[in-house]
Design a protein around this ligand. Structure first.
Ligand SMILES: N[C@@H](CCC(=O)N[C@@H](CS)C(=O)NCC(=O)O)C(=O)O
Length: 222
């Protein structure tokens, strides 16, 4: 039996969705974030030393890191589904976007989250202008331009095909869902990027996505 160690409102929603797309039997062990820090509870460190989610366990195997979990599940249980054949342009795009999601798209989105928190954090009044100045500078010189450039790039890619790897839906689309949902929630993804918005609508309409929501509980990215 596969066990998904699922942290609320997190990347592990993608693994839940993949499990539903593949129709695999699994159980969910739920973890709640600390209300003040939003960090995962210490119990997750008993599953994997970094204490992050997602993590899956199956028999004696523990797999962390969502891209690695996607590949593990497709290797072990995919039976050729949701991953284009090796050696094809689709497979090269699949691999690119599978890695792009965590390797390129998430870092500036995470930086935005952190610097937004710096701007609004309680602190002595004489520190606030300095902290805000630094946050604004990092945002305007690095974070926002990177987010905007990436969104424009992703939009242009989906102008030529419906899914990130090609004509068929693949696990790369599942992996890409989280940065796009995060960008829609907090980084300006909206009507200016109609292809990406249409992608989000299409994935949200998939029955397996809906079943994953029902299995995982409410999923909101602030
Ligand atoms: N690159 C990792 C990121 C894992 C990660 O940072 N997960 C977040 C949830 S979205 C987490 O566990 N945060 C809680 C914490 O850091 O304590 C992956 O894709 O699995």
């Amino acid at each position: 039996m596969i066990t998904l160690h699922h942290l609320e409102n997190s990347r592990s929603q993608r693994v839940l969705w993949l499990l539903e797309e593949l129709g695999l039997p699994y159980e969910v062990k739920r973890y709640e974030r600390d209300k003040a820090t939003m960090l995962a509870p210490p119990a997750l460190k008993k599953v994997h030393p970094l204490g992050k989610s997602p993590v899956i366990t199956e028999g004696g195997v523990t797999v962390a890191e969502s891209g690695a979990i996607v590949e593990y599940l497709l290797d072990e249980h995919g039976a050729g589904r949701l991953r284009p054949a090796a050696g094809t342009p689709e497979r090269r795009r699949y691999t690119y976007w599978l890695h792009f999601a965590e390797g390129s798209a998430m870092p500036p989105l995470l930086m935005k989250l952190v610097f937004d928190k710096v701007r609004s954090a309680p602190m002595p009044f004489f520190i606030k202008p300095v902290a805000r100045g630094i946050a604004d500078k990092v945002m305007s010189s690095f974070v926002s331009p990177n987010i905007e450039q990436q969104l424009a790039f992703m939009e242009s890619e989906l102008a030529t095909r419906p899914w990130f790897a090609g004509a068929e839906f693949s696990a790369a689309d599942i992996q890409m869902s989280f940065p796009l949902e995060a960008a829609a929630a907090r980084a300006g993804l909206g009507a200016a990027h109609p292809k990406l918005m249409a992608f989000l609508s299409r994935i949200h309409a998939r029955p397996a996505y809906q079943r994953a929501l029902a299995a995982g509980g409410p999923f909101t990215l602030a």
